[in-house]
Design a protein around this ligand. Structure first.
Ligand code: CTP
Ligand code: MG
Length: 223
């Protein structure tokens, strides 16, 4: 079995809807509900914990454990992990801002953790742009080898003991620097593997992303 943590406590400032992004309507329902529905369809997921903005904790979907999130994303993950049922089952972490992730992606990430024996497995898509590294002043220093580059997404899945080791006592300063959870495992010397994932598992950040997500979800329903 596995425990799922959905972080949904962001303010959605770049989307600019005037309410938490996870609660913005997307293809007919609050964005958060797409991820909850997909996780409910994964037989091995036994509990779902959702971190929400403190004033929205009452709005968690039925059957989920609701918890107030923190000031930065990783603090919300920390709070959700602390509220998870006790045990040593794997932990799946997912951003409510990725409503296109489906049950097969969640199940594949959990299966890859089991198969590989790694501490963490990260859904990621191959980078398609050529990436330039610059010095300050926008002078190009070098071009990275694209064949080695992957854009990290969520879900990210973890052996529970490995995630607790890096997260439970982490300082707020460290958590403020973490742009994903797997990085905390990497810097502690743990093993992290990539699970190739669809590029359409987009993160909704801007109004343009919301429009694209709406199109993709409606296409999926129709096809
Ligand atoms: N998140 C969270 N707690 C925070 C910040 C972010 O749970 N303190 C969650 C968001 O709800 C989202 C995911 O982390 O599901 C990725 O964050 P992001 O896309 O940056 O969302 P927001 O922080 O809401 O957006 P913005 O940065 O534009 O305000
Ligand atoms: Mg943010």
């Amino acid at each position: 079995m596995a425990v799922a943590l959905i972080v949904a406590a962001g303010r959605g400032e770049r989307l600019g809807s005037g309410r938490p992004k996870a609660l913005v309507t997307l293809a007919g329902r609050p964005m958060l509900e797409w991820s909850v529905e997909a996780l409910r369809a994964v037989p091995s997921v036994s509990a779902i914990v959702v971190a929400l903005p403190i004033e929205a904790v009452d709005l968690a979907p039925a059957g989920c454990v609701a918890v107030a999130g923190g000031a930065v994303r990783s603090q919300s993950v920390q709070a959700a992990l602390a509220a998870a049922p006790a045990g040593d089952d794997p932990v799946l972490v997912h951003d409510a801002a990725r409503p296109l992730a489906d049950a097969s992606l969640f199940a594949a990430a959990l299966a890859e953790l089991e198969r590989s024996g790694a501490d963490a497995v990260v859904a990621a898509a191959p980078v398609t742009d050529t990436i330039k590294q610059v010095r300050t002043g926008l002078e190009v220093e070098r071009t990275l080898d694209r064949s080695l580059l992957w854009a990290a997404q969520t879900p990210q899945v973890f052996r529970r003991e490995a995630l607790e080791r890096v997260l439970v006592d982490a300082s707020d300063e460290l958590l403020a620097r973490a742009t994903d959870d797997a990085w905390l495992i990497e810097r502690a010397g743990g093993s992290v593997r990539i699970l190739p994932a669809p590029a359409d598992n987009i993160k909704v950040t801007t109004p343009r992303d919301l429009h694209l997500a709406e199109t993709l979800l409606r296409q999926r329903a129709g096809g």
